[in-house]
Design a protein around this ligand. Sequence first.
Ligand SMILES: CC(C)(COP(=O)(O)OP(=O)(O)OC[C@H]1O[C@@H](n2cnc3c(N)ncnc32)[C@H](O)[C@@H]1OP(=O)(O)O)[C@@H](O)C(=O)NCCC(=O)NCCS
Length: 170
Amino acid sequence: MEQRFSRESRCYKTARVFPTDVNNHNTLFGGKLMAYIDDIASIAATKHCRRSVVTASTDSVDFLYPIRPTDSVCLEAFVTWTGRSSIEVFVKVVKEDLLRGEREVAATSFLTFVALDSDRRPVAVPAVVPETEEELKLFETAEQRAEMRRTRREQSKRFAEFLTVKHPWD
Ligand SMILES: CC(C)(COP(=O)(O)OP(=O)(O)OC[C@H]1O[C@@H](n2cnc3c(N)ncnc32)[C@H](O)[C@@H]1OP(=O)(O)O)[C@@H](O)C(=O)NCCC(=O)NCCS
C-alpha cells in the first residue's frame, strides 16, 4: 500500500490581523479563523493524496485565546490519520504578540476530508506514517476520534430526517 509521511503534507500560513478581520471585541472574527483553518487543512489533505478532496466534517474549533490586531496568526496543518478514503488533518493556530514576541496556542482543530475520483466517488488514499512525538500521539488517538465521528454522523443523519425543509412563508 502507498504511504506518505505526515511531514509531506505539512503546511504553514502566517497572517496579520487587519481591521476588516476583527469582530466587535476588536479580536479576530471566529468565522475568519475557521475559513483559514478549512483552507490550510484542505491544502494538507490534497498534498497527502494528490486528489480532489471535500471537507466531510470539522470536529470542533477550540478557541483558547483571543487574537488581537497586534498579534500575528500562524496556522500549521498536517495529515494525522487516514481511513480508506478519509483523511484526518490537525490544525494548530499559534498567535504571536509581535511587539513582545510571546506566543500561545490560540486554537486547535481536527477536520476530515474525503478524496474523490474523477466521478466524484470516494477513492482510496495513501496511508500516513507519523514520525515526531506530536505526530505519533495524534496518530495513536485517531481511531477513537474516527469512531466518535461515525457515531455523530449517524446521529446527524437521524436528526436531519426529523427536521423540516419547509420555510416559514411556505
Ligand atoms: C463526504 C462525502 C463525499 C461522503 O460521501 P458518501 O457517499 O457518504 O461516502 P461514504 O459513506 O462511503 O464515506 C466515505 C468516507 O467518508 C467518511 N465520512 C463520510 N461522512 C463523514 C463525516 N461526516 N465525518 C467524517 N468522515 C466522514 C466515511 O467514514 C468514509 O471513510 P473511509 O472511506 O475512510 O472509511 C459526501 O457526504 C459529501 O459530498 N458531502 C458534502 C461535502 C461538502 O460539500 N463539503 C463542503 C465543501 S468542500
